[in-house]
Design a protein around this ligand. Structure first.
Ligand SMILES: *[C@@H]1O[C@H](CO)[C@@H](O)[C@H](O)[C@H]1NC(C)=O
Ligand SMILES: *[C@@H]1O[C@H](CO)[C@@H](O)[C@H](O)[C@H]1NC(C)=O
Ligand SMILES: *[C@@H]1O[C@H](CO)[C@@H](O)[C@H](O)[C@H]1NC(C)=O
Length: 809
């Protein structure tokens, strides 16, 4: 087989050369046939090409042999000598991507055997469309990819070759990518996506593009694939807060856990890049304990005690951070609102304590200051005083109040005050607080001692022991301590020339009055002293009271017989006319008693007589009367012993003798000489007679004077008559008590009148006033000082008891 395979040469040139070099034995035949022709498609006329003609072929039994056991796609139509296609030829199946697709056949001729090589060149037709292996192209491109970056796409495949193979790619219009095609027809073309504009995942997470591939055949075939681009996230977004500043109003004392605000920040990134955590980026020291923030939710909560009074305003800076540390901040401004949680406070700034009771009305006593830590209405404070106290609050500057008095103070009625001051704020509900100011009122010596009685009366028996307490006075002084300490003293004065201090003394502390000496009723019956009660203040205040001291009588004086002289001493003889009839007054015993009242109430009795039954004596008058007519037979000399007794307990008495001479003629009485005065008595008697005469003279003059006065004032008779003698009461001392009848004494015993009653013939009275007389220590008789007395007064001293006073009536 000397024929060579020349299939690699183009058919025509090959054939010509072949025939020149090898003219007889091995003439090769070359044909081209497009693939996919119909059956019976005529590739060429072999008969002609071999130069045998149709008959020759048939004669020589021409037939086609398949080399390499290839499939017999072609055969000879012996009738026409044509090479025809008998079976569908698919170049792609036969040759794949090979460019030259040549089937080798042999034309075998018999008689003589002749072999011609036939090269059947299969020509490609564009019967295959390009094709993507994967119609879905998934790409993941980070959004951070920079412009110009290439992303290789899968190459499309076309079973056809040459022009019919992949010719180009095109990309659907889009914002981000352009297509760049690389490679050539021989080695295949592929496309690359080129980033023309950067991706933003946050805008578009996915990009879908249609990639079209075309071949170069006619008609052109194409295919598409979908490029699905997933944009990968890059942490290119910071978290963004929903507000740059969160303004919140928070009430103070909001309980722990109260939500203040929920901040939130969005991060457009995804995953960790978009996971936001929150924290405080700047927080004042005083707020650290008060607020906390939830890292994840951004919820800010109260975690401590929010006190408006401590801080009214907080500003927190919060940071939101994503997973890779991109952060942004925002502010939370918290305005704390006031709650009325503070009671007002009262501060006693100054106080004058104690205050003197003579404080004038309106004096400022204390200054108080009120404070409330709250604000606004909660800080508006009203102050008041509870209860009924004589003080009020005057608003002063700002939060100051003055406590001033509104009335006079009197320590003696209110010695202290508890002033409760209440301050109430204006919150709702209001809060209040109060303080008590304890105010003492200090004493001023404004009260003089006051005696419990307006006057005091003391009675003391005469002959008391010196030092006896006779009475007590009490004075009260409500002032304090020495201002209320009472000291008693006697107001020094004189009583009848005697200093009171010689009569009485007073205990200056107790007010008990003592007698200094023994009193004698017959000297003083009463007197008045002034007691002064003085407090110890400075200056002291005092008051006084009158104490009337009355000395009570004791029967310490026996009756004294003035006439006749006492028994044994008197020689006086009374003449009785012989013709004296029964009942006629013959004589009279005159006795006095220095005591008073019952003690001086005298009764007379004849205890012994010469002729009992001849004479009688008036029990109280002392008048001696004839009991029967005197007869001649009666003894001339009659002797009576008379006892005078007072009515005291026990009674005291005295006796005297009366000598009666029944005679009409003095000469008949020879014994009269014997009855002359004793020498010792004559001198005194003489003086007494002179005194009596002068007193009688004075008395008569006075009577005349009275009568004259009486005539002048006839229309207004002011004279009191008692028997024959009238003593004008106007002339009597103020306490004079009249004697109305026998035995009846009236009124006080300051003045006592003793009188022999029942006698119409004896026209005088003895009036004795001890009160107005002054006794001398020596006991001498003194002229009565009270000249206005109508009666003649006889003053006696106790010490003159022995002296005999005789009055001749
Ligand atoms: C004031 O209070 C004091 C002490 O509590 C008490 O001893 C006093 O009696 C009170 N004074 C008045 C006037 O209530
Ligand atoms: C007594 O009163 C005077 C003023 O009259 C006063 O100064 C003094 O303090 C008072 N004494 C006492 C113990 O209260
Ligand atoms: C006694 O008090 C009265 C008034 O109460 C006064 O007029 C008189 O002077 C006082 N007498 C003496 C002795 O103090």
């Amino acid at each position: 087989m000397g024929c060579r395979d020349l299939s690699f040469l183009p058919p025509t040139i090959f054939t010509a050369l072949f025939f020149l070099l090898f003219p007889a034995a091995c003439a090769d035949l070359t044909y081209s046939v497009p693939e996919e022709t119909r059956s019976q498609y005529v590739v060429g006329n072999i008969a002609k090409d071999v130069g045998l003609g149709v008959q020759g072929l048939s004669a020589r039994k021409a037939r086609i042999n398949t080399e390499d056991s290839s499939k017999g796609y072609v055969d000879i139509n012996l009738n026409s000598g044509d090479l025809i296609v008998v079976e569908r030829i698919d170049r792609e199946v036969l040759c794949g991507p090979r460019i030259n697709c040549i089937l080798n056949y042999e034309l075998v001729l018999a008689n003589p055997l002749e072999v011609h090589r036939i090269f059947l060149n299969i020509q490609d037709i564009n019967d295959n469309a390009p094709r993507f292996l994967n119609e879905h192209i998934n790409l993941e491109i980070p959004e951070s990819a920079v412009k110009g970056q290439h992303f290789r796409l899968d190459e499309a495949h076309d079973s056809d070759i040459g022009q019919n193979g992949v010719n180009g790619y095109s990309l659907e219009n889009n914002d981000n990518f352009v297509l760049f095609v690389k490679g050539n027809t021989e080695n295949g073309k592929h496309a690359e996506l080129v980033l023309d504009k950067e991706l933003d995942r946050e805008q578009k997470k996915n990009v879908d593009l249609i990639l079209t591939v075309v071949d170069g055949g006619i008609p052109q075939r194409s295919a598409t694939a979908v490029i699905h681009i997933t944009v990968l996230d890059a942490n290119d977004n910071v978290p963004v807060f929903s507000q740059p500043v969160y303004k919140v109003v928070l009430a103070e004392n909001a309980p722990i856990g109260t939500e203040v605000v929920n901040v939130s920040a969005e991060d457009a990134d995804e995953g960790a890049n978009g996971a936001v955590t929150y924290e405080f980026s700047r927080i004042a020291d005083n707020a650290v304990q008060l607020f906390n923030i939830d890292k994840v939710t951004g919820e800010i909560k109260v975690s401590g005690v929010i006190d408006y009074e401590e801080e009214k305003y907080y500003e927190l800076r919060i940071q939101a951070k994503d997973g890779s540390g991109l952060a942004s901040t925002a502010s939370v401004v918290i305005d704390v609102t006031d709650e009325n949680d503070n009671a007002p406070k009262i501060i006693l700034t100054s106080v004058n304590n104690p205050i003197p009771e003579n404080t004038v009305v309106g004096t400022e006593i204390a200054i108080i200051n009120v404070q409330d830590k709250d604000s606004g209405e909660n800080k508006q404070i009203r102050c008041s005083i509870n209860g009924n106290v004589p003080f009020k609050l005057n608003p002063s500057i700002k939060n100051y109040f003055s406590l001033i008095s509104t009335n006079f103070l009197d320590r003696e009625s209110d010695k202290d005050y508890n002033i409760t001051i209440t301050a109430t704020d204006g919150g709702s509900p209001p809060l209040s607080s109060s303080i008590i100011i304890h105010l003492s009122v200090s004493d001023i010596n404004d009260n003089p001692p006051v005696f419990e009685q307006q006057s005091y009366t003391a009675y003391v028996m005469e002959n008391n022991k010196p030092g006896t307490s006779i009475s007590a006075v009490t004075a009260k002084d409500p002032d304090w301590r020495q201002n209320g300490t009472v000291l008693y003293s006697l107001f020094s004065s004189e009583i009848n020339g005697v200093s009171v201090s010689s009569l009485l003394s007073i205990n200056s502390d107790t007010g008990v009055i003592h007698a200094v000496r023994s009193f004698d009723y017959e000297k003083f019956r009463d007197f008045k002293v002034q007691i002064v009660a003085r407090d110890n203040g400075s200056p002291p205040l005092s008051s006084n009271v009158t104490v009337s001291v009355f000395i009570s009588d004791e029967n310490d004086n026996a009756p004294q017989i003035l006439y006749p002289a006492e028994e044994g001493k008197s020689l006086m003889t009374e003449m009785v006319p012989k013709s004296a009839l029964s009942g006629s007054l013959l004589s009279k015993v005159i006795a006095v008693d220095a005591d008073s009242g019952q003690n001086a109430w005298l009764s007379y009795q004849i205890i012994k007589s010469t002729d009992p039954g001849l004479f009688s004596i008036g029990l109280h008058s002392g008048e001696i009367r004839a009991q029967r007519d005197i007869t001649e037979s009666d003894s001339m000399k009659q002797n009576l012993v008379i006892s005078v007794k007072d009515s005291g307990q026990p009674p005291l008495s005295a006796t005297c003798s009366v000598y009666l001479l029944i005679s009409d003629n003095l000469a008949e009485v020879p014994e009269l000489k014997d009855m002359t005065y004793e020498e010792s008595n004559s001198k005194l008697t003489f003086y007494l007679i002179i005194a009596l005469v002068s007193v009688t003279t004075f008395f008569l003059t006075f009577i005349i004077l009275i009568l004259a006065v009486r005539f002048c004032h006839r229309r207004k008779p002011r004279l009191l008559f008692d028997g024959a003698v009238a003593i004008p009461s106007a002339y009597l001392p103020p306490n004079y008590a009249e004697v109305e009848g026998a035995g009846t004494l009236r009124g006080s015993y300051n003045y006592d009148t003793y009188l022999s009653t029942g006698s119409r013939t004896s026209d005088f009275k003895f009036i004795t006033s001890y009160n107005d007389m002054t006794l001398t220590a020596e006991g001498t008789l003194k002229k009565v000082q009270n000249d206005t007395l109508a009666a003649s007064l006889i003053t006696l001293n106790n010490t003159t008891d022995d002296d005999e006073v005789r009055t001749n009536l």
